[in-house]
Design a binder for this molecule. Sequence first.
Ligand SMILES: *Cc1c(COP(=O)(O)O)cnc(C)c1O
Length: 355
Amino acid sequence: MYPRVVVRLDHLRENVKVVRELCEKNHISITGVTKVFRGDPKIAQCYLDGGLTMLGDSRTENLERMQSLPAEKWLIRPPMLSRAAETARYADAALHSEWQVIEAVAAEAEKLGKKHKVILMADLGDIREGYVDYDELLRVAARVDTLPGAELYGLGVNLTCFSFIQPDEEKMQLLAELARKAEEAAGHPLQVVSGGNSATLDLMLRGGIPTGINDLRLGESLLFGKERAKYQYLPGTHRDVFTLECEIVELKEKPSLPWGQVGVDSYGNKPTFCDRGQHRKKAVCALGRQDFDAETCTPLDPGVIILGASSDHLMLDVTDSEKEYRVGDIVQLQLGYFSTMRAFTSEYVEKVYLG
Ligand SMILES: *Cc1c(COP(=O)(O)O)cnc(C)c1O
């Protein structure tokens, strides 16, 4: 059935092994982030096969899907107050930035006879989640262990996700320093100091992570073999873990430029078109923005040009391909981050596993 996403599990296992060994050399453990593929247990299992012992997801629904996997599970988005019970049930640990929520999750954990592990987030400039008042963070650090259903597990930071502020040595030093102070405030060592996501890998490879930071939460680098500060591919990794296959439903010669009066798209932008001539072979595929993201995927056939997509149609120019495409043929797209996320979220896309 098409469209379908083909997942190369063997390549993913190899990616995990390569990145894990890189991190081990730097005394850093990896929390494998599963949100891109909605916590699909078959794929998350590859993280464990590759040697990881901790999994992280931003949604409790995804943690629930992975509940039978033998790993420590982290909720990596501040928990919803309305989901305190699910957080306590499905997450062993969570990234926190609100005392009220910590109390609520701890109360639910206590009911289950558990101790919820609290990782406090510091905002070091990206202006997403975390305390910007570091004294407040330390006051909370001192209080967590007073809750019977919670323990202070560690500190964390997230960068390069909203404002695209890059991790640097100074910020990592500050996090390590905050961790030392939090240990003093809590009166015991912290088990986890989590220095960020795939954007921190480049700094790690340059030797810029100080002692005291011992964890990274990685998604993109494991799945696509790419660090996220300079978007470089890591040697020895595969880029083809996720391929999307879609079917051509129309194939006709059409001009490259539209005709008639041009309006604006749903975002209020006037579309622009590239003039490649009057006689182009155009394919329409049964795939749309509901299932993928045209900006973060590449056709496997170098002769295929993505012209754009609407919610349910993908328009391709296949004139320059060496292949003679016909209606009913399948076109393959190499998926990047957001495309993969959409493909996994779309119910219309079948999931197929290889290796
Ligand atoms: C998504 C996310 C990650 C993983 O980011 P990658 O760039 O995919 O490695 C890590 N931490 C948090 C808090 C996240 O939301």
